[in-house]
Design a protein around this ligand. Structure first.
Ligand code: G16
Length: 659
């Protein structure tokens, strides 16, 4: 970047918004996060970085001001790449360098970012950054600073206002897709028409309506039931109301749509405090406003996080609406048949302690989705011929003609040596080749969920915490479901699979087996439209879960009965320097300090079915502790002992944990 007058303006803006003294920012698992008052210089600089990224790619990029699940006084930034995914990991280094450059060095640091515009054959119109923000009091001001930074760096900045993070990802993806961007694939749907908030809702509601046309195996679909949606006092609340309208429109009236009832809107309390997905999943407790069966009239609920990219579900067993049992699902197991190895009685006891309240976390969403998608995939592929392709994953980018420096192709792991994958994939074949499918999990996945999936013959791949890592691993498969236990995830379809599904759907008029395959292909194509292909999306996940349950005529208890979680406990504690705690690639073991892993090994050896690990958080100044064991008491004890070991051996600050 060599525009001298722009560099001069960047230098003076750097001095006008100085970096807070003594603060060094790391990129973390989802971008920079800190107390909001420390982030003015960061947002200005990230606006500049986004402009450079847009210039380098020749496409629109996005910038979201949010700290997601963090407490309200925090804020942060998530950068959206041209394909709608998270910022390419190679560019994180530039982000860190720019964010931490001395004020006098800012212009020079910016000039070093390689951002020569590519030769565009499809007529780009210069660097452009779309900016959105969440409901935090500090967000709008920080977004204005980001816009200023983007403009100083020569981009047009468009303020899109209050959006969920996944909505911004969607809009960026469809904006570029409508331009024929090589990064976003050939099966995008209605490109330009859906490249807006309105288009986002239309796309989701249309796909949901398509899915609930029939039940499984042609049985009548289950009724549209209400669900209480805990919006964490954040951006989810106004968006859920818009989704209600879109659903009513797509389904021919509100009476045919599942009513999404907003609980914990921004006006009712402090963001993420005692509510939202993070609170519910970490504390394993219901949120305020839905704390008892009486407060949950629908009998079933979901909790979003502060920027609505995560979702977990929960219910009170005593109030679960009963659905007349339909026929057994085509692909799912009979209800209430947990794997014999799971310590069901103990898990039930632990949950019953909270008035029969039960959590359905990201692992359970993954199990439901994997089961459903896999069953329909097998049905859709019966008799089909796979397109020949020696390396299906890489073919996407090659066929699309994407430049190697900008693409994040399936099977092309770009720069990441560190996305820790295991698992070979579940081969599901047609006549002409094998499609590979897998579920991607992290170390937080409950052991019972892993056992359940393995028992169903599902291949499992592993990634370290952070959806950017799961997403990278998921791209290696033709069909992949990835979820963190905390409710962050989605399912991805390869172009090759989509080609095959379109062919199977269109061959359906031949009747017989082809008609059944066509029906499953239709269902899967609707799922592809409904499940956000760019990033985990709470609203899209909410609808796909509800659609699957309706198709199966299942209530939450039947879904819950897929398997029983092993009792677990999570906690976190402050240490002097969390960066000094190093873990193995899959985060299951501590490498430094070595004495800490020895202590954890000793603790696990004496707890029945004990498993625990500790890792530095990528979003908060804390070390996280996870433990699971055969009983809740053992899991609680293991978590406490592990936290004490961290405190003793990894520089714990403050008093030692006591509970
Ligand atoms: C972010 C990441 C998630 C991660 C979570 C917690 O979520 O996108 O992948 O699981 O942080 O990370 P950590 O345990 O390292 O603090 P969100 O919803 O806060 O953006």
């Amino acid at each position: 970047f060599s525009d001298v007058s722009a560099l001069r303006d960047i230098a003076s803006a750097g001095r006008a918004f100085p970096r807070p003294a003594g603060v060094s920012l790391s990129y973390g698992v989802a971008g920079f996060r800190a107390r909001a008052h420390l982030l003015e210089s960061t947002l200005l600089r990230m606006g500049m970085l986004a402009a450079a990224r847009s210039r380098a790619l020749g496409y629109v990029v996005g910038l979201m001001v949010t700290a997601s699940h963090n407490a309200e006084p925090d804020n942060g930034v998530k950068l959206v790449d041209a394909d709608g995914g998270m910022l390419h990991q190679r560019w994180e280094a530039y982000a860190v360098e720019l964010a931490n450059a001395d004020d006098d060095e800012l212009a020079r640091a910016f000039a070093r970012i390689p951002c020569d515009p590519p030769a565009r054959t499809d007529g780009g119109d210069g660097p452009r950054v779309l900016i959105a923000w969440d409901t935090r009091p500090s967000s709008e001001r920080l977004a204005a600073l980001a816009a200023r930074g983007a403009e100083l760096a020569g981009a047009r900045a468009s303020a899109l206002g209050l959006l969920t993070t996944p909505q911004l990802h969607h809009i960026v993806r469809f904006r570029n897709g409508a331009d024929g961007c090589a990064l976003v694939g050939r099966h995008l749907g209605r490109g330009a028409e859906w490249a807006s908030e309105r288009g986002y809702f239309e796309m989701l509601a249309g796909a949901y309506a398509e899915l609930v046309q029939t039940g499984e195996r042609g049985a009548p679909v289950g009724p549209a039931l209400p669900i209480d949606v805990d919006c964490a006092c954040g951006i989810g609340a106004p968006k859920v109301l818009l989704l209600n309208e879109a659903l009513a429109h797509a389904l021919g009236g509100a009476a045919h749509a599942p009513e999404l009832r907003v609980v914990n809107a921004p006006s009712t309390g402090v963001l993420n405090a005692g509510c939202g997905a993070e609170h519910v999943q970490k504390a394993r407790a219901p949120p305020r406003g839905l704390a008892s069966a009486m407060e949950m009239p629908s009998g079933r609920a979901a909790s979003l996080d502060g920027d609505a990219d995560r979702i977990v579900f929960h219910y009170f067993k005593s109030r679960a609406p009963s659905i007349a049992s339909g026929p057994p699902p085509a692909s799912g197991p009979p209800p209430a048949s947990g794997p014999p190895s799971a310590p069901r009685a103990e898990a039930e006891t632990a949950r019953d302690a909270a008035d029969g309240w039960a959590l359905l976390d990201g692992d359970k969403v993954a199990a439901l989705l994997a089961d459903f998608l896999r069953g329909h995939l097998r049905a859709a592929l019966r008799g089909s011929t796979m397109p020949a392709s020696p390396s299906p994953a890489r073919a996407t980018a090659a066929a699309a003609g994407a430049a190697p420096h900008v693409t994040r192709a399936r099977g092309d792991d770009d720069d990441d040596d560190d996305d820790g994958v295991g698992g070979d994939g579940d081969g599901v074949g047609g006549d002409g080749g094998e499609l590979r499918a897998a579920v991607v999990q992290t170390a937080y996945a409950n052991g019972a969920s892993t056992a359940y999936l393995r028992g169903r013959g599902v291949s499992i791949a592993h990634a370290k915490t952070g959806v950017k890592y799961l997403h990278a691993v998921a791209l290696r498969y033709d069909l992949s479901v990835y979820f963190e236990a905390n409710g962050h995830g989605t399912a991805l379809f390869s172009e090759r699979l989509l080609d095959t599904l379109v062919a199977a759907r269109d061959a359906g008029s031949a009747g017989g087996e082809a008609a059944q395959a066509a029906e499953s292909a239709r269902v899967l194509l609707a799922c592809h439209q409904l499940i956000n292909q760019a990033v985990g999306d709470a609203l899209s996940d909410l609808l796909i879960v509800d659609a699957i349950l309706r198709r199966r005529n299942w209530d939450f208890s039947q879904w819950d009965a897929l398997y029983a979680d092993l009792p677990s406990r999570q906690t976190k504690l402050a240490v002097r320097d969390r960066a000094a705690l190093l873990t193995s690639e899959d985060e299951s073991r501590v490498l430094n300090p070595p004495a800490l892993q020895r202590a954890l090994d000793d603790l696990m050896a004496v707890a029945e079915a004990g498993r625990c690990f500790v890792r530095p958080s990528g979003t908060e100044d804390a070390v996280r502790v996870y433990a699971e064991a055969a009983t809740q008491q053992l899991a609680d004890g293991l978590a406490l002992d592990a936290a004490l070991a961290v405190h003793r051996l990894a520089g714990g600050t403050g008093p030692a944990p006591t509970a």
